[in-house]
Design a protein around this ligand. Structure first.
Ligand code: GAR
Length: 199
């Protein structure tokens, strides 16, 4: 049975696009909805243009009331009966109340070699630490930020002269390879860690 995947974005959604573009042909999953907290997210416009269902739940009217924001997210999601959620540059922290029922069925991509550099500014932090290796990780989402079992990592060598921007761009290329590869494996029940090295 085809698995239904909800993809959450906050920005341009290039990882979402990589996932959608991979979910064709004999792929055992399809995107059923793209969800965003931001009406102006580039990923929302792209999904609409492709005829993919979208839902926007603006977090701002909810202020600090995360439970109500997450209830609205769940109400929007329920219309599309997803089996899985892929967070793809979704920049809101989800609480245990939301994550709990989805645990084991929700993935995230993060631009660092977890467990290093949870949170923001990962590229600058890797450079500041003098790391010679950097990359990205796909992991199962738990109630702890950027935590949970790691399902795949892509590594690259930090080059002389790399800046946070050049690293971000190079890591993003790897994200677009890694996330679709991990999702394909995940939906067929393979939960071991996939290790990929940049060419
Ligand atoms: C990606 O680099 C993703 O790993 C990162 O945001 C970017 C979104 O780009 N996510 C996080 O930092 C989450 N903690 P995209 O909108 O083009 O996919």
């Amino acid at each position: 049975m085809t698995r239904r995947v909800a993809i959450f974005v906050s920005g341009g959604g290039s990882n979402m696009r990589a996932l959608v573009e991979d979910m064709t042909g004999d792929h055992p999953a399809r995107a059923c909805v793209v969800v965003s907290n931001n009406e102006n997210a580039g990923g929302i416009a792209w999904a609409r243009a492709r005829g993919i269902a979208t839902e926007v739940v603006d977090h701002r009217p909810f202020g600090e009331d995360r439970a109500s924001f997450e209830a609205a997210l769940n109400a929007a999601l329920d219309k599309h009966t997803p089996d899985l959620i892929c967070l793809a540059g979704f920049m809101r922290v989800l609480t245990a109340g939301f994550v709990g029922p989805w645990q084991g069925r929700m993935l995230n991509i993060h631009p660092s070699l977890l467990p290093k550099y949870k949170g923001l500014n990962t590229h600058a932090r890797a450079l500041a630490a003098g790391d010679t290796e950097h990359g990205c990780s796909v992991h199962e989402v738990t109630a702890l930020l950027d935590d949970g079992p790691i399902l795949g990592q892509a590594r690259l060598n930090v080059a002389d002269g790399d800046t946070a921007d050049t690293l971000a761009a190079r890591v993003l290329v790897q994200e677009h390879r890694l996330y679709p590869a991990v999702l394909r494996r995940f939906v067929t029940g393979e939960h071991g860690c996939l290790n990929v090295n940049a060419e």
